[in-house]
Design a binder for this molecule. Structure first.
Ligand SMILES: [Zn+2]
Length: 367
């Protein structure tokens, strides 16, 4: 348990460093709560204040459409890809910035293209390449696929630039300690759970939750991934990312297009891990509703029970056999699927619909 306490302390330091009081904008500190004897992050200006808001850097502000002092603006622009760089230099910078991704030229170029399409900057840490490899048992050929992962900063920049007329700033975040609430939310009273509450310019408020279950944490700990060291931060980041997706459908839509491409890339190379990571990271193409239950007021019409998500994943996962067009498929579904399944199918990108038609055609032939 000492381990957990150390994690908690690291996390509090992280919060204090990267956040401000959501009510007065003042610096946060860590103190010992005299009543419980435990450590907590609090606002020294007023003990009644609660909630944290991201401390925005000039770079973040600039990327989200605000002005920045000229000297800083100049530096940010110099750092930004690909402006001002030859393609070769840009690729070299990306490779140097992410040594662990072990990028070759083609995969670095592909990653760069994704960055440009999303208008996100890898050198500023808005988007990160993750490389998956597998070895073909028959030929010994090593196959590689690079999947871009958006960071918290990336999601917030994306939202700000996709919807400048609605963006007013990042959400306020707060940890949840109520065990009963946690159990209802994610079926794990020991999960790390954070809440993100944010507003858009028209005053609409939306709330989302992010969590890391105890079991996930144990796995991360064993695997040595960041969530193992900062589990609460992982939950906080998930709450923020979910808030962006649900509050800014324009940003979500752009991501849907790209994640569907990334899935295809992984599949073409026969690397299943890509699909799992994209599902875990984006929850978009394959929205896992078991986890989204109770995820907030802003997502009505957008929920999907896990059984249906599973159906859809199965359908989506099957590909490359030919037959029906879209209209025949829709007629087929309306004829025999559960009502909910039709809703499910409507969420599948049009580009995939022929694949699904083909699989259904196969089932028909087998029946
Ligand atoms: Zn305060």
């Amino acid at each position: 348990m000492i381990q957990v306490e150390r994690n908690q302390y690291e996390e509090m330091k992280h919060i204090v460093k990267t956040n401000l009081c959501a009510e007065c904008g003042g610096e946060l500190t860590i103190r010992t709560n005299p009543e419980t004897g435990s450590l907590e992050v609090w606002c020294p200006h007023n003990p009644e204040h609660h909630g944290y808001v991201e401390r925005e850097t000039w770079t973040q502000a600039y990327r989200r459409g605000e002005g920045a002092p000229l000297a800083i603006k100049d530096k940010i622009e110099k750092k930004m890809l690909p402006g001002g760089y030859e393609v070769g230099t840009a690729l070299a910078l990306i490779k140097t910035r992410f040594p662990r991704a072990d990028l070759d030229d083609p995969s670095a170029a592909l990653f760069l293209m994704d960055c440009i399409r999303l208008d996100l900057d890898p050198l500023l840490g808005e988007i990160v390449p993750v490389t998956f490899k597998s070895t073909d048992k028959a030929t010994g050929e090593v196959r590689k696929v690079v999947t871009p992962i958006l960071t918290e900063d990336g999601w917030l920049s994306l939202a700000a630039r996709a919807c400048p007329e609605r963006w007013t700033g990042p959400p306020i975040t707060e940890p949840i300690i109520d065990k009963e609430f946690k159990r209802e939310l994610c079926d794990d009273e020991d999960a790390w759970v954070w809440k993100a509450v944010g507003k858009t310019r028209d005053g609409t408020e939306s709330i989302t939750y992010g969590w890391l279950k105890r079991k996930e944490w144990e796995k991360s700990k064993a695997a040595g991934t960041p969530a193992g060291d900062l589990p609460g931060n992982q939950a906080r980041v998930r709450a923020i990312k979910r808030w962006v997706r649900e509050t800014f459908p324009e940003a979500r839509k752009r991501m849907m297009e790209l994640t569907s491409e990334w899935l295809t890339r992984g599949r073409e190379r026969g690397i299943d891990e890509v699909q799992r990571v994209i599902e875990a990271e984006y929850h978009i193409v394959t929205n896992r509703e078991g986890e989204e239950a109770g995820a907030g007021a802003s997502n009505e019409g957008d929920s999907e029970p896990e059984e249906i998500a599973a159906d859809r994943r199965r359908i989506e996962a099957s590909i490359d056999k030919l037959g029906w067009g879209e209209s025949k498929l829709v007629a087929y579904l309306q004829d025999r699927c559960r009502d909910k399944a039709v809703t499910t199918i409507q969420k599948i990108p049009a580009s995939k619909i022929h694949q699904i038609a083909n699989e259904l055609a196969d089932w028909e032939l087998m029946a």
